[in-house]
Ligand binder design. Structure first.
Ligand code: HEM
Length: 464
């Protein structure tokens, strides 16, 4: 298995040009060279970790040695010191305050709004289905997941702000994607056209977030009804926790000394949840439609399950455990197209990972994309879409970290339950009504911060 030698790059820049051009190919090639493979990116040396036990060591067992890498700093202007980028004790306090907002008991209410927001989008899709128009489903799903996260966060639809938010989020995503892989990364304060675009987008989004935070704070001080979910009072942290929106939970959260989050910290957490929780779920759903399109047997099995369990009604939270194949389809989709296809850490002190010494400051990379296709854990048909591999019987023998679309250890995605429910409910609502036919030979992957479909996901819809 480990007879191949590590990929070599060009003088000075090492593998950087290849990483920019074909990162997925490079990571897969490197995976077959050993459990830990050194990668030379010119001034930066990295180590790709390919064994589930070693991924576990980095994310879980020896996690104090592996905070988030310098690469995440490129996201700092938008994410600030929110949950994705904060570290140490501060992160741990924030995580304890924020995690209850995503707790199991609150998922039921969020599931209702996921279905409602999907149904609100139906007229546009029905129009496309009757007019034979080609629809970019990546864009449609992005609009659906954005309105879901806005509603979950603020409890209202923010109709008049929605176009501004959607545009700002898109520009920020595009530009932070570009910055991630650029050779020369000019700081945001240098007024290049792209930086100016980013700064304007950031400012617009921030202004809306700050305005809402202030309105809500003012309303809770005067005891007035706030525009949150169900419009109910939110005087203390728990009374209305079931139905309270995410911002309400953040506003009523208290540190041990009784103080509340600062306005700046609220801004960072809201922006983080927006940006981390929107495009990830949208791209995942777009790829699921694609993979089902290419695998009619799996699609037929899924449609049969939806028909049997739901009949002619839309799904709800309580249906989720009765739709096991739907869950397996989404899991298999995130195996082959993990939205977060690679992420990294920096070693604080020297460590030994399997056969390799990692120096202090070393960049440690982990790739769900490469690991999810490793024949050692997924067999010779690793490249094929086969949801059955997530059945309890087939999953039993697999190491935990052979599959990690949501990361792992204490910093595992705080929105993973939300994302899984959203993936299932949106897909079920759409598949009950439509058939989706891919309107292209195939769609390539465009690995940015998330694994996007290159050129969108053109599809023609017809009534199911
Ligand atoms: C399919 C959808 C999603 C995928 C694949 C995904 C993936 C991930 C991954 C891999 C991480 C860990 C990154 C690392 O360790 O460096 C992460 C963290 C995070 N995700 Fe997600 N995510 C998804 C949806 C969501 C949603 C819906 C939300 C919120 C509504 C969300 C909020 C966050 C936050 C706040 C963190 C940082 C957690 C921490 O460090 O404590 N994500 N996500």
């Amino acid at each position: 298995m480990t007879t191949k030698t590590a990929p070599e790059g060009v003088p000075l820049l090492g593998l950087l040009p290849r990483m920019r051009k074909d990162p997925l190919g490079l990571l897969q090639e490197a995976r077959d060279c050993g459990d830990v493979v050194p990668l030379d990116f010119g001034i930066r040396k990295a180590w790709l970790v390919n064994h589930p036990d070693l991924v576990k060591r980095v994310l879980q067992d020896n996690r104090v040695n592996y905070p988030k890498s310098v690469l995440y700093e490129k996201m700092r202007p938008a994410f600030g010191n929110g949950l994705l980028l904060s570290e140490g004790d501060f992160w741990s306090v924030q995580r304890r305050l924020i995690q209850p907002a995503f707790a199991h008991g609150r998922l039921e209410g969020m599931c209702r709004l996921m279905v409602d927001e999907t149904l609100a989008r139906l007229p546009a899709l029905e129009g496309a289905a009757t007019s034979d128009k080609v629809v970019d489903m990546a864009e449609e799903l992005s609009a659906i997941t954005l309105s879901i996260v806005v509603k979950a966060m603020f409890g209202t639809e923010l109709k008049e702000d929605m176009a501004v938010i959607a545009h700002a989020v898109e520009i920020l995503n595009e530009n932070s994607n570009r910055r991630f892989f650029s050779l020369v990364d000019l700081p945001l304060w240098i007024p290049t056209p792209r930086n100016l675009d980013s700064r304007r987008a950031l400012w617009r989004l921030e202004s809306i977030v700050y305005r809402i935070i202030r309105e809500r704070r003012a309303a809770s001080k005067t005891g007035g009804a706030t525009p949150g979910a169900e419009g109910g009072p939110r005087a203390d942290g728990n009374a209305n926790a079931q139905n309270e929106d995410l911002l309400g939970m953040l506003l009523s959260a208290r540190y041990d000394d009784g103080s509340a989050m600062s306005e700046r910290q609220l801004r960072d957490e809201v922006m983080t949840i927006f940006l981390a929780g929107h495009e990830t779920t949208a791209t995942s759903l777009a790829w699921t439609l694609y993979l089902l399109n290419r695998n009619p047997t799996a699609e037929a099995r899924l449609r049969e399950e939806l028909r049997t369990v739901l009949g002619d009604r839309d799904p709800s939270y309580s249906d989720l455990p009765r739709l096991p194949y739907l869950k397996m389809v989404n899991e298999e989709s995130m195996r082959l197209r993990p939205p977060v296809w690679s992420f990294s850490r920096s070693a604080v002190a020297e460590d030994t990972l399997g056969p390799c010494g990692i120096p202090k400051g070393g960049l440690v990379m982990m790739s769900p994309f490469a690991m999810h296709r490793d024949p050692r854990y997924w067999g010779d048909d690793a490249d094929f879409f086969r949801p059955e591999r997530f059945s309890p019987a087939e999953s039993e023998e697999r190491p935990r970290y052979a599959y990690f679309p949501f990361g792992g250890g204490p910093r595992i995605c705080v929105g993973s339950g939300f994302a899984m429910a959203e993936g299932a409910l949106v897909l079920a609502c759409l598949m009950r009504r439509f058939r989706f036919r891919l309107w292209a030979e195939s769609v390539d992957m465009k690995p940015m911060v998330t694994l996007r479909p290159l050129g969108g996901m053109p599809m023609r819809l017809s009534k199911a």
